[in-house]
Write a new protein. Structure first.
Length: 147
C-alpha cells in the first residue's frame, strides 16, 4: 500500500496487430477516447489470460499472446477517473497478441467502435499512455519496456 493506504490495481492490455501491421483499437464508451483492449486482472487469473479475455470481451476476436511488451505504471499515463469521481492509478501489463480466430463485434458495454489503425496515424483522442504502448509494441522483438 502507498502512503495514502490505497493499492495500485493491476490490469492487462493487448496490442493486437493485423497482417498489415495495423493496430486494433476500441472507442471506450466511458471516456469517449481510443484505447487498446484491456482491463482488470481478475482473481485467480494470470495477466496473459486477462489480456486474452479482455480482447474477446471487447472485440469478439480470439488472440494468443506473442510476448510481453512492457509494464506501465507512470501515474500520469495510468490514472483513470471514473464517473463516480474515484481515481485509480493502475499498473498495466501489456502484451503483443495475434489474432487466431473470432470476428470483430464490439461489446456494447466496453467498446462503441472497433477500428484498425496504422501505429503512425493513431486517432484522437487516445487514452493517456496508450500511444506509448502501441509504439513500444511496434518496435518489434526485444526487451520489455518499463515506463
Amino acid at each position: 500500500m502507498g502512503s495514502t493506504g490505497e493499492y495500485r490495481p493491476a490490469s492487462a492490455g493487448a496490442v493486437v496487430f493485423d497482417e498489415s501491421g495495423r493496430v486494433c483499437l476500441i472507442l471506450r464508451p466511458d471516456k469517449k477516447c481510443w484505447a487498446v483492449p484491456g482491463g482488470a486482472i481478475e482473481d485467480n487469473e494470470t495477466a496473459a489470460a486477462a489480456a486474452v479475455r479482455e480482447v474477446r470481451e471487447e472485440t469478439g476476436l480470439e488472440v494468443e499472446v506473442l510476448r510481453l511488451v512492457g509494464v506501465y505504471s507512470t501515474p500520469s499515463q495510468t490514472a483513470i477517473t471514473y464517473p463516480d469521481g474515484a481515481t485509480r492509478i493502475w499498473v498495466s501489463i501489456v502484451f503483443e497478441c495475434t489474432v487466431v480466430g473470432g470476428e470483430l463485434k464490439p461489446s456494447t458495454d466496453e467498446a462503441l467502435r472497433i477500428e484498425w489503425h496504422s501505429p503512425d496515424a493513431l486517432p484522437s483522442p487516445m487514452m493517456p499512455g496508450h500511444g506509448f504502448r502501441i509504439r513500444d509494441a511496434a518496435r518489434g522483438w526485444g526487451p520489455a519496456f518499463y515506463r
